[in-house]
Design a protein around this ligand. Structure first.
Ligand code: SF4
Length: 138
């Protein structure tokens, strides 16, 4: 059963988008992946509406004190193994908000992160490459 789930995860990863406290440019670039220009659904990548259905989390922005409990709750709700892919420099290392009084660190301080895609915002091609690399680690 576990092998079957891994096979499905690699062939058609369902992703859930988590925006902790981003400026929304990274989020807009994620949505760009679904437009006809990139159309990641043709590769089986589907954006789902619940973390309970997610094989991977695409996380953006900086985690702050308000968003940390929500991020942890979302991660706990995902079936494991669940890949976490940090999109954008904010998600990777807090970017310019590193010394902010309200930032509580990058994602990998709180949940396991399997791929980092830096950029402000990163290009959609880089995001596709990051998802492929994260899947290849399974
Ligand atoms: S990495 Fe840049 S584009 Fe992405 S959320 Fe941070 S400031 Fe915005």
């Amino acid at each position: 059963m576990k092998d079957l789930r891994l096979w499905g995860l690699k062939k058609s990863p369902w992703v859930y988008h988590v925006a902790a406290a981003s400026c929304n440019n990274c989020d807009i670039e994620i949505l760009e992946l679904l437009t006809p220009r990139y159309d990641v659904e043709r590769f089986g990548v589907v954006l789902v509406g619940s973390p309970r259905h997610a094989d991977a989390l695409l996380v953006t922005g900086v985690i702050n004190r308000k968003s940390l409990p929500r991020v942890l709750e979302v991660y706990e709700q995902t079936p494991k193994p669940c890949l976490v892919i940090a999109i954008g420099t904010c998600a990777c290392n807090c970017h310019i908000f590193r010394n902010s009084y309200n930032a509580v660190g990058p994602y990998d301080k709180h949940i396991p992160v399997h791929a980092y895609i830096p950029g402000c915002p990163p290009k959609p091609e880089a995001m596709i490459m990051g998802v492929v690399k994260a899947l290849s680690k399974l």
